[in-house]
Design a protein around this ligand. Structure first.
Ligand SMILES: [Zn+2]
Length: 462
């Protein structure tokens, strides 16, 4: 693009300026309109009782159902045979069919209730390689940012406070890289954007030195990148100063317990996780006591077993209240959830989640043992040392190729044996397993690192 070409040929200070201008325009949109009204409302509602939250949830559900049935020809056709007025609350939702990403993608123009020129386009991440283009109306976008800011605000964050961002935009030029400068800064909002495309061992010391100089109060973005930095810092015994970073807010990827501990111990701070998605899914927020709350004001969370019956653990089916432009009603997002029966004493009465099971669609398939989910794939590291990262690639039913990056000083051949055995425990003995040692694993175009690349999903029928 011409815009990109001009940017790439501009000096560093001007690039910072351009990013600042870009942000001012973007934030004016996000924080304009009804944003402040929403933020005040959600702040006030932080103390609602569970009954009050459920009442709001039912009211919002009826509202979006009626709107969708009237304005989206896709859903109108889908609901032809159903008496919508029989659906009075969340419990009646099971009378409606479940829709998948494929269903929506196939008829997007009929799903939309607004035109592209009146909407804000959001592209979903490419865990499956194909993305879904969702249209938000401006008011819903402002509402979503108000919910997010209400959550981050509970941990002290405010736009304008010094923040390090790790996002999927490639902002660097060749000159930056030769000068070991892996960031750009918006001096108006005090945000420094660190590149997520250059997280290489040789560069990590510059990231850390710069973070120590910049002293961000908050860090936001891909946790996999923060993890690499933290691992490097711990390994090289770099002492990141205490009480600089007040909180870390991961986005876009799910985070394992081990990764969380590593990041928290290096940066000497706490992580507060969230669940959301670019297609407009309802939110799950982590509170100050470390519990995950489903925000009932943002939508309905159904957890279903393989027979589509409500369960404590299973796949997550979502209905969103902030997606009027592209309605998501009983949407199978491809993630799983474990519900919790515990209650929280933090003051927020939204029900708790035990665990978010990440992308249930990111799996390796073994004809012998079935699907091996992302959690189990990451557990193949158990008992090993010195494997910095790996990527499991499946291009055919009978073979898995695993690319691994090792730390040669720590990794020993018996760790390879353990790693292979861990894989065999999961995929069985009949599949071919190929290990390839590589120097690095490329991130996706989106800037995200993927542990699993399954290219044969179409061959698996369940
Ligand atoms: Zn809580």
């Amino acid at each position: 693009m011409l815009k990109d070409r001009i940017y790439k040929n501009t000096p560093n200070y001007l690039q910072n300026f351009l990013i600042t201008i870009y942000n001012i325009v973007i934030y004016n949109k996000r924080l304009g309109g009804r944003y402040k009204i929403y933020l005040e409302k959600f702040k006030k509602n932080n103390v609602l009782s569970l009954e009050e939250l459920k009442y709001i949830q039912n009211t919002e559900l009826i509202k979006i159902l009626n709107y969708t049935n009237k304005n989206s020809s896709f859903y109108k056709e889908l609901y032809q045979e159903i008496k919508l007025n029989k659906i009075q609350n969340v419990k009646d939702l099971n009378q409606l069919p479940i829709v998948t990403k494929e269903d929506l993608r196939g008829s997007l123009n009929k799903v939309y209730t607004i035109s592209k020129k009146n909407g804000v386009i959001s592209k979903t991440g490419g865990t499956t390689g194909k993305s879904l283009e969702v249209l938000f109306n401006l008011s819903n976008m402002q509402e979503r940012f108000a919910m997010l800011d209400n959550f981050r605000g509970a941990h002290g964050y405010k736009l304008g406070k010094k923040t390090a961002w790790f996002s999927g935009k490639n902002l660097l030029t060749i000159k930056d890289i030769t000068r070991n400068r892996f960031w750009k800064t918006d001096y108006w909002y005090n945000v420094r954007y660190y590149s997520t495309f250059h997280i290489k061992e040789d560069f990590l010391q510059y990231y850390i030195e710069n973070l120590m100089k910049f002293k961000p109060e908050y860090m936001i973005g891909f946790p996999s990148n923060m993890l690499e930095i933290a691992k490097y810092g711990l390994k090289n015994e770099i002492n990141f100063p205490k009480s600089i970073v007040k909180a870390i807010f991961p986005t876009a990827e799910s985070i394992t317990k081990e990764a969380r501990e590593t990041i928290e111990s290096f940066f000497k701070t706490k992580i507060y996780d969230q669940y959301a998605s670019s297609e407009g899914a309802p939110f799950i927020f982590e509170c100050k006591l470390g519990n995950l709350h489903m925000e009932l004001q943002s939508g309905v969370f159904e957890v279903l077993d393989t027979n589509n019956k409500p369960a404590k653990e299973g796949r997550l089916i979502l209905t969103s209240f902030t997606s009027y432009g592209t309605p998501l009603i009983r949407y199978d997002i491809g993630d799983g959830l474990i519900l919790s029966e515990r209650t929280c004493t933090c003051g927020n009465n939204n029900p708790l989640v035990e665990e978010i099971l990440g992308r249930v669609n990111d799996f390796i398939y073994s004809p012998e043992t079935g699907k091996i989910n992302l959690g189990n794939v990451s557990n193949t590291l158990k008992g090993t040392k010195g494997i910095i990262k790996f990527q499991a690639i499946q291009d055919s039913l009978d073979e898995v190729v695993i690319e691994i990056v090792i730390d040669k000083l720590i990794f020993k051949s018996n760790y390879e044996e353990i790693f292979i055995q861990n894989w065999r425990d999961r995929i069985g003995n009949s599949m071919k397993l190929t290990i390839i040692y590589v120097n690095d694993i490329m991130v996706e175009k989106s800037g995200k690192y993927r542990m699993v690349k399954n290219n044969i999903k179409h061959l698996i029928n369940y």
